[in-house]
Design a protein around this ligand. Structure first.
Ligand code: EPU
Length: 440
């Protein structure tokens, strides 16, 4: 039932820009978060039976994770749009599909639950977006601490446990890693005894994953803080509580930036403003008019001549400024008055897309692979672009909307990996965007 990757069409977006006018208006709804639904899906391997999840975003990465699970031994069924059930089959495969894993970094999330349940896992070096080296030393070290043996072979890694079980362990992560925290959180659920994770990532998705696992029988304490304790308690059982995927923080922030730059009034619905504090603070300090309710963010430009001030931003683990909003925020800074700096501290290859913004008319000085200076405001012109990764791809969409003239963005697959029905949502607030077949 799930489409295999080979059938993916090559498509592009054609966007007619607003030439800086702030005319968009209406409501835009936030989908479930990619970076929580992927670990939630991976956690199905910890279940005796399975579970149902709702508000699952209809995005390519969810399809790829579904394909990986089907091949491992989890039945994935789409019940309705945005609702999926996951059911454990009788036979398991201990090897991750190479083609998909090589292209999707999040495949590494499966290694923790697989090793904890099957005592063995084989996987290629996981790939993903071109945003730096993305090593896996934290995973290798952590699995060794839990008693596993690792063989690094030509075509990937083979990890074994001696007696088919991982042992609980104390693991200190030398740096905060989102997926390493989630992987070991899940591994601890089926490990023997107690696992203590230190210097954990503290993103809201991690607490959300832990709450979900606890609601189905896991014993976890401290998720959302830097130390997490897990008592291995055996296979989880479906408690018939439907999991509702939490709203996507990165989609929320991207639409907020788009609203600040090009909307008369935009209401961002079904989001969680509490998770967005740093982004809302910085934009407000720069001069953006933002109001929040419990589940909405309203961004309004009453004065079309409103000037935004430049700001200096450093990406940081949560609750700091998210690296996944670095590219959209850079677009914002091209339209802010004066000099701004953007300091990317998480990934080393994540500023390469800015050369395309310069082609569009932005004034950006590259200090080094981690830091750029942006002088604004500068008028942008529509260009032919290619989406290099999920987040820079969406940043190009925002840049094309504010630019003068027409832009074409190729490699739409990258944008579809992380955003549901992006052209439908944007058309709904007045963006002239069309999806067409790519000539490439
Ligand atoms: N790192 C290591 N060794 C490891 C693991 C990570 O050195 O074994 C380094 C990375 O190279 C990076 C830093 O640790 O410099 C932090 O990376 P992290 O492991 O937190 O990133 P990730 O877990 O691979 C997740 C998101 C990313 C998001 C980052 C940072 C998922 C599926 N992916 O990646 O999202 O950018 O956290 O918040 O949750 C995206 O959605 O487009 C995306 C790239």
């Amino acid at each position: 039932m799930i489409v295999m990757e080979e059938t993916i069409k090559k498509e592009k977006f054609v966007i007619k820009g607003l030439a800086g006018r702030k005319t968009l208006s209406g409501s835009i709804s936030i989908s479930g978060a990619k970076n929580v639904v992927l670990p939630i899906m991976a956690s199905s391997i910890l279940f005796e039976d399975g579970f149902t999840a709702t508000n699952v975003p209809e995005i390519e990465d969810v399809k790829r994770m579904g394909e990986l699970l089907e091949q491992i031994g989890v039945g994935v069924e789409q019940k309705n749009k945005n609702t999926y059930s996951f059911k454990i089959k009788k036979q398991f495969n201990k090897e991750l599909n190479k083609e998909i894993s090589k292209k999707m970094r999040a495949s590494i999330l499966l290694t923790g639950p697989m090793l904890a349940r099957f005592g063995e896992v084989h996987f290629p070096h996981p790939g993903g977006c071109v945003i730096g080296k993305r090593p896996i030393d934290l995973f290798v070290n952590g699995f060794e601490k839990m008693g596993a043996e690792i063989k690094d072979e030509n075509d990937g890694y083979k990890i074994y446990t001696k007696n088919g079980k991982l042992n609980g362990a104390e693991i200190f992560f030398n740096l905060q890693s989102h997926t390493a925290t989630e992987t070991f959180l899940m591994a601890g659920v089926l490990a023997k005894g107690k696992t203590v994770l230190k210097n954990c990532a503290m993103e809201p998705e991690i607490k959300n994953l832990a709450d979900f696992l606890v609601s189905h029988g896991a014993k976890i304490n401290g998720a959302g803080t830097s130390t997490i304790k897990i008592i291995g308690s055996g296979l989880l059982k479906d408690k018939k509580i439907k999991y509702v995927t939490m709203p996507d923080r990165i989609e929320t922030g991207s639409f907020l930036i788009l609203g600040a730059l090009s909307a008369k009034k935009m209401v961002i619905e079904k989001c969680n403003p509490d998770d967005m504090e740093v982004v809302i603070n910085i934009l407000k300090e720069s001069g953006v008019n933002i109001k929040t309710t419990k589940n909405e963010i309203i961004v309004e430009n009453n004065n079309s001549k409103q000037i935004f001030n430049g700001v200096n931003i450093k990406t940081h683990e949560y609750p700091g400024f998210p690296t996944d909003l670095q590219a959209p925020m850079t677009i914002f800074l091209t339209q802010a008055q004066g000099e701004s700096t953007m300091f990317e501290t998480i990934f080393e290859g994540r500023l390469n897309y800015t050369e395309n913004l310069v082609r569009m008319g932005a004034e950006i000085l590259v200090w080094n692979p981690y830091k750029i200076e942006i002088k604004g405001p500068r008028k942008l012109k529509g260009k032919k672009l290619e989406s290099p990764d999920i987040r820079a791809g969406l940043a190009f969409v925002i840049a094309s909307i504010i630019a003068k003239g027409e832009s074409e963005i190729d490699n739409v697959y990258y944008i579809d990996r992380g955003y549901e029905n992006i052209e439908g949502k944007l058309s709904g607030i007045g963006v002239d965007i069309k999806r067409t077949e790519s000539s490439q």
